[in-house]
Write a protein that binds this ligand. Sequence first.
Ligand SMILES: CSC[C@H]1O[C@@H](n2cnc3c(O)ncnc32)[C@H](O)[C@@H]1O
Ligand code: ZN
Length: 432
Amino acid sequence: MKKILIKNVTLITMTNEPPFVGDILLDGDIIAEIGREINLPAGEAGEIIDGTDMAALPGLINAHQHTPMSLLRGFSDDLKLMDWLERKMQPAEERMTPEDIYWGAKLSMAEMIRSGTTAFADMYMHMNEIAAAVEETGMRASLTRGLVFTVPDGGRRMTEALDLIERWSGAADGRITTMLGPHSPYLVPPEPLGEIIELAEMRDLPVHIHLAETREEVIQIREKYRMTPTEYLYHAGLFDKCHVLLAHSVHLNRRDIGRLSGMQGGVSHNPVSNLKLGCGIAPVSELLEQGITVGLGTDGAGSAATVDMFEEMRAAAWLQKLDYGDPTRLSARQALGMATRESAALLGLQQEVGILEVGRKADLILISLNKPHLQPVHNLESLLVYSANGADVDTTIVNGKVLMRGRRLLTIDEEELFRQVRTRAQRIVEGI
Ligand SMILES: CSC[C@H]1O[C@@H](n2cnc3c(O)ncnc32)[C@H](O)[C@@H]1O
Ligand SMILES: [Zn+2]
């Protein structure tokens, strides 16, 4: 792979150093050099990108997604979570073919690349199709076959989960990793939960699970097991045995938060989905006070309606300020950290991505600042969180490969993509 030199760009490395204007050199899939001025040695070939009036930052990382649900964007509004899920989403999902899943996942990936997301954690079904789309689009992903135990399936879902892990872990030049995905405390009874935790521990597999998304979930689990959803997972041994990616974690009491402290992994905060479904505000400030890693995710476009991580950063900061009546809560810098470094840690990729540093994987984005809503630049971090949006991303690079340049997608044929998703989406929802 060739070298790419980005010159005269404002670098936000997400390490401790403040933003500075300099150059960054990518050599193949790795960040080779960062400095005030870098030049390619005479005669050495490479692409040079002029970063003047642009900001470079680590690619955003979406820590909780259901990519094919982009096909259900705008299909159902104004319902409570369980009605939305059972009356609208699940009947539509039952009609989805593997090809629908492939195109829906690709639609999400196009939107993610366009809005500066370079990696994501996904939980869904027909994961071979999603993995194939990841391979083609060039993104980085942690993939999980969602496991529910509502009706007996003769072990089919579990077999698919293990096949995904076997076939795709480390695939696509290492861009694909995998996890085990018990859906939630309310769809996974104690026995299969215990088996999944045992397997995760034995094979050193991370676990991706929804937790305490609604008040109704807390009531349901209390009635069934006389515990909070967090206690239910804690007593099953999940937090002391595995790396865990907890999606949502809105309804946690003080003792629940104590149970999470010291866990490997952490929480994916999904503020836009929580707002739209009226779930509540996650206790992000308390989680951070207890040293728990909190990243950011969108959830699927079926609830969040977009998968733009700029919206999530802004919503996360706003919600903590509103919840406490305190504007000092959750700064722009913290929101950026959640969308990059912290989400990387949730995906188990803290050594590879999430900050711009020599030796790390070359996953980064360039944001064009020559726009009325991005001038003047008093504080770049503030501008990125409170003023920017996904459409301000000019260039997206993953593993040293340019996936979007000047807002043109280089790995996805959008014309064909839109043609496919229009007819498929229509067929899937008809009559529901
Ligand atoms: C079995 S694959 C994953 C499963 O999760 C469903 N889902 C999407 N969004 C949410 C959410 O916010 N809470 C719970 N479950 C969700 C999705 O529709 C799939 O069926
Ligand atoms: Zn979810």
